[in-house]
Write a protein that binds this ligand. Structure first.
Ligand code: CA
Length: 224
């Protein structure tokens, strides 16, 4: 699950990043509207944490943009403004929740989890061939038996299963699973290694799907 924190207070943003990364989320950040819009256009986020008062504008413009683009990202407004009007306006514009500042980090984490759980996107079981993923508890079942996966392997499999029969660019996969840091790395050894481990586990478990290499580009998940 990938999150975007839009927050101009560096110290607060860092604390939010800490608790969310520890909980297993891939976290990216933006400190102003322009940067946030750029990232939203380039990447998909499961959940966006949105501060309203930003140095170059108001967070409401980001909500407008998300609804214009028909994006499925869940949004939690985190704001010190706290007026009833702002809350109503934010929810009217498509935000899913409103968390007034100051908040406890444990409350933030609980809200994010609850939102992603009730999100129709996150909670649905994904099934391709004889492989099933349950995003609620991150469990995987292959041919009726539980398959034990490491954290990153689960994320990679989730990424593939939600894009069956499509050519997956290895850069896009790296960014989805590792976040911003993948941008800087021109070395995909991590991706190769994790995908190789995942392929081996799927094969050993008798999965009837396979991850094929697409030469010079990336991968494709197909049913056997
Ligand atoms: Ca602010």
């Amino acid at each position: 699950m990938k999150l975007l924190i839009i927050e101009d207070e560096t110290a607060l943003s860092e604390m939010m990043q800490g608790v969310l990364r520890e909980a297993g989320f891939v976290v990216e950040t933006a400190t102003n509207c322009a940067e946030a819009l750029e990232k939203i256009d380039m990447y998909e986020y499961d959940c966006i944490l949105l501060d309203l008062m930003l140095p170059d504008g108001n967070g409401f413009t980001i909500l407008h943009h998300l609804s214009e683009q028909g994006r499925a990202s869940k949004v939690i407004i985190t704001s010190a403004k706290g007026s009833v009007e702002d809350k109503v306006k934010g929810l009217d514009l498509g935000a899913d929740d409103y968390l007034p500042k100051p908040f406890h980090l444990s409350e933030l984490l609980a809200r994010v989890r609850s939102l992603l759980r009730r999100g129709n996107k996150g909670a649905k079981e994904i099934e391709v061939g004889n492989v099933r993923l349950n995003p609620d508890d991150r469990s995987a079942i292959v041919a009726g038996k539980p398959l034990s996966l490491l954290h990153k392997e689960y994320h990679i499999l989730y990424y593939f299963l939600t894009r069956p029969e499509r050519v997956i660019d290895k850069q896009a996969l790296a960014e989805a699973v590792w976040g911003d840091h993948a941008d800087q790395s021109d070395n995909f050894n991590f991706v190769y290694q994790q995908v190789a481990n995942l392929k081996r586990k799927l094969r050993d478990a008798g999965a009837n799907i396979q991850i094929q290499a697409v030469y010079g580009f990336g991968y494709k998940l197909t049913e056997k």
